[in-house]
Design a protein around this ligand. Sequence first.
Ligand SMILES: Cc1cc2nc3c(=O)[nH]c(=O)nc-3n(C[C@H](O)[C@H](O)[C@H](O)COP(=O)(O)OP(=O)(O)OC[C@H]3O[C@@H](n4cnc5c(N)ncnc54)[C@H](O)[C@@H]3O)c2cc1C
Length: 404
Amino acid sequence: MATADVIVVGGGISGLAFAWKAGQAGKKVRVLERDARIGGCLHSHRRPDGYWFEMGAHSVYNSYGAFLDIAVGAGVAGKIIQRGPARGRFGLLRDGDYRWLTPPKVLLQLNWLEAALSFPAGIFRKKDGETVYSYYSKLVGRRNYDRVISPFFAAVPSQKADGFPLEGPGSLFKKRPRREEFVKSFGFDGGLQLVCDAAARSQGVEVETGAAATRVSRAGGEYAVTTADGRTLTAPVVAVAAPPDQASALLRDDFHELSTAVSRVGTVQVESVGVVLPRERCWMPECAFLVPVDDLFFSAVTRDPFPDPRFRAFAFHFKAAVPRADRLRRVSEVLRIPEAELGELVERRTLLPSPALGHGEIVAEIDRCLAGGKLALTGNYFAGLAIEDCVLRSNDEWRRVNSS
Ligand SMILES: Cc1cc2nc3c(=O)[nH]c(=O)nc-3n(C[C@H](O)[C@H](O)[C@H](O)COP(=O)(O)OP(=O)(O)OC[C@H]3O[C@@H](n4cnc5c(N)ncnc54)[C@H](O)[C@@H]3O)c2cc1C
């Protein structure tokens, strides 16, 4: 007998958004999450004294309509808090020199002669088939791009974004309608993970943490999910919402073509270090984030947009392969606090998709393999990495498997 109507592998926002939709449709949903904590990249580190900060995703907007639907439906919209003035300030760190900027002042960092010479040729370029680098380096000039634009773009997906497709699947920025009843840029009191927690408690949804899936296979007319502790769970609908390396491995035996298509998605590893300091020990002006040029890390995101009278927090997102000792040394240098006095460190490793030109074809191939079945695949490697992209993909996948 089937374990549930729907099994979801992965308890990040993609998996929980799928579970939320299925639960709202009256289905009995079982979510298997490998870690002890749900949320995946929505990782709000919460201390026993009530202070929290974001170790992963940090910024959401009123253009995230599908994400807001879950927040409203799951009863946590009342926890929405507006981001304060620090959201519009950031630091640019180059060769030990810190500049504190607001968005218009970033433009002053450009070499205007180079920009003026490049702009007329760049402005009329078609965006189709371009990468972030090929398009913007022609628009503002290559040196401007390398010196100013590239580090800012890298801070968004915590990796160099030069090779990302400019448009279509895998692109970074998308225009979406705003829901004007909500403030433009906001967070949740307790962190973004609150939305995942609420979805996990919602109607029909049961979450098992510490439950790693090892294989997804066919079982008669249904699907079977094998777990690391040797159980086999079955359901007529299964959604795989794990990162692409895991998804590909889970599907390898019974869905070889699909697994191969997923394995073509490029990925990078991000190593994050979070630090909380008493406010009086911080030298840095309040800002949303720090963007370094040619450094070991891509960004340091602060909790300053939600100021606290006692503490400030900093989440540094490092390039892969930077040894831990070097990460901690750099955190200590930037914060100007001896390593021994950094206090409790929060550390996480994340595998993120790294889409390149041709990503749209990989997504189309995955969708071709999925067509006609009740196996769903969702995550941040379809339309894009943004939380809203994940929720929209989950909604589309739920619609597809529920209507066929
Ligand atoms: C540092 C950082 C900052 C970001 N900032 C923003 C931002 O400000 N705004 C924004 O919109 N987006 C942001 N993003 C991107 C966004 O947060 C992610 O793309 C999105 O949350 C991914 O959700 P997901 O559910 O697809 O994947 P994940 O969050 O990776 O969740 C996948 C889940 O699957 C579980 N899992 C893996 N393998 C198995 C298995 N075998 N069995 C069971 N479970 C398994 C994992 O433990 C994990 O919980 C950021 C990402 C990072 C890393």
